[in-house]
Design a binder for this molecule. Structure first.
Ligand SMILES: Nc1ncnc2c1ncn2[C@@H]1O[C@H](COP(=O)(O)OP(=O)(O)OP(=O)(O)O)[C@@H](O)[C@H]1O
Ligand SMILES: [Mg+2]
Length: 463
């Protein structure tokens, strides 16, 4: 992979460096040469450099002044000074003033390459730090995805296949189904796994900020842009970016993103230099993007660019047999985290969890288990320990309703549901209509009207 490293060489006798420059270019560095300190300053105003290699003794503005300029205005740039024979003290002085390294003349190519490599390593550590600070960790790997259901098996198969390609993937699924986890798994199963995985939540950041988060900005690009800043696309160079909650992106940014997807090039905010990066794009959303396109909320051309390979993550309620595995996993995880001995769950409580429809999917299940771990005394977790909504769900007997591809008839579905609930209430009330009406929050006459209309006969024949 080509390092995205820009080097500025400052020397009043550039010819002596010709060979070095050529070799650096061959190594893939992007090198610019200037022949005076003043030119170096003006070059730094147009572009930003990762490394500046400056001669110390130059007519006019000397290397020390160049160093002072960069440490003050471009603190992220590494400055390497080149000194003539016998001026080692000056070199030490330069190091004290913030130079990254010094090289003796005539510059030795191997030494120079070594210095550049070191600078690159430190830069990538710094970049990683930036990422860590925003709490991005490569915590989640494939083996962290729990589930053995048919649906999950096909998903694993899909992840493995997709990981091998470079195509853009659009991950769709309800909230909490594990879209981010899956994006992670794709990255860590791809050739890019040794480079960074950079997620960014497009829904959580205001538009202007998001633009500079993604594309970076130059110093002074806007009020408060005191320093230049690399965007996430640059940080993800060689790796993978996850554009999470892509459905929330503003129309203006959609246009900019589309342009980037087409050209793989962009400019930082307030900058004129074109930056080219090699980044694999993953996008995730819990919105129905096709519907958003139809409603003109999402650009159709961008949708097609992103939806090269669609991955649909199934909701938890459809993953047969996975709930006990997940419960076990989260019990272990949270007991361990809190340094508690492992808690168990009773069979009947587990049954209730299995019957619930989990609108918040795995995230909701994880939260419930975490709470149970904290709230319950020692011993087995029982039905009574479960949150009310989950127990109530079971009691109401309402099974999950879903609108399939073919659609539903709302009226028929509601009629059917009403009938089932009335029957259940009657059963619970032992056929006593007064009681059944109470259970349903109706008055007796309304219930009787409904029974007549629906032709319902009391289960045990009691009037
Ligand atoms: N199959 C799974 N196995 C283990 N943990 C999972 C699984 N799926 C999701 N999780 C966990 O559930 C939580 C939610 O997952 P994630 O953030 O990936 O969901 P999401 O689909 O991105 O949700 P949202 O749309 O709300 O952003 C995370 O803590 C994740 O680790
Ligand atoms: Mg998410």
């Amino acid at each position: 992979m080509k390092p995205l490293f820009r080097v500025l060489v400052v020397d009043d006798e550039p010819l002596t460096l010709q060979l070095v420059v050529e070799s650096l270019t061959v190594e893939g560095y992007d090198v610019q040469i200037v022949s005076s300190g003043a030119e170096a300053i003006s070059a730094s105003q147009k572009n930003d450099f990762d490394v500046v290699i400056t001669d110390l003794a130059m007519p006019g503005m000397g290397g020390m002044e160049v160093l002072a300029h960069f440490t003050e205005h471009h603190p992220d740039t590494f400055v390497v000074v080149v000194t003539g024979y016998g001026t080692i003290e000056t070199a030490v002085g330069a190091m004290k003033r913030g130079a990254f390294d010094y090289l003796a003349k005539p510059a030795n190519l191997d030494e120079l390459l070594f210095t550049l490599k070191r600078a690159q390593e430190i830069r990538s550590l710094k970049d990683e730090n930036v990422l860590l600070r925003t709490q991005i960790q490569e915590q989640h790997r494939f083996d962290r995805i729990i589930g053995q259901s048919q649906l999950m098996q096909s998903l694993y198969h899909m992840i493995r296949r997709v990981a091998k390609s470079h195509s853009t993937v659009l991950i769709m699924g309800e909230s909490g189904t594990g879209k981010e986890l899956i994006a992670n798994a794709i990255h860590y199963h791809s050739e890019r796994k040794d480079n960074t995985f950079v997620p960014i939540n497009c829904g959580a950041i205001p538009e202007e900020l998001l633009e500079s988060e993604l594309f970076g900005h130059e110093r002074g690009a806007f009020t408060g842009a005191l320093r230049e800043r690399r965007g996430r696309f640059e940080l993800a160079h060689g790796g993978t970016i996850l554009l999470d909650e892509i459905g929330e992106m503003s129309p203006k940014l959609q246009v900019k993103l589309l342009r980037f997807l087409q050209e793989k090039k962009f400019q930082r905010l307030g900058g004129s230099r074109t930056i080219e990066v090699d980044v694999r794009i993953l996008a995730a959303t819990n919105k129905n993007l096709e519907r958003a396109v139809a409603a003109s909320e999402f650009r159709e051309d961008l949708f097609y660019r992103l939806n090269v390979i669609p991955i649909i993550v199934p909701p938890l309620r459809e993953r047969e047999g996975d709930i006990p595995l997940l419960v076990d996993h989260f019990l272990r995880q949270h007991c361990q985290k809190k340094e508690l001995s492992l808690k168990r769950i009773s069979k009947s409580a587990l049954d209730v969890l299995e019957r619930y429809n989990w609108p918040g999917n795995v995230r909701e299940l994880e939260n419930v288990i975490e709470r149970l771990v904290i709230m319950t005394e020692d011993g087995e977790i029982e039905v009574d320990d479960l949150p009310q909504r989950i127990r109530a769900y079971q009691e109401s007997g309402i099974k999950h309703l879903e609108i399939g591809e073919a659609g539903i008839s709302l009226k028929d579905t509601l009629d059917d549901l009403e009938k089932r609930l009335i029957l259940e209430a009657l059963q619970k009330a032992g056929g006593v209509k007064n009681k059944a009406a109470k259970l349903l929050g109706l008055n007796r006459t309304t219930l009787i009207e409904k029974l007549k209309k629906k032709g319902i006969v009391c289960p045990d024949g009691v009037a």
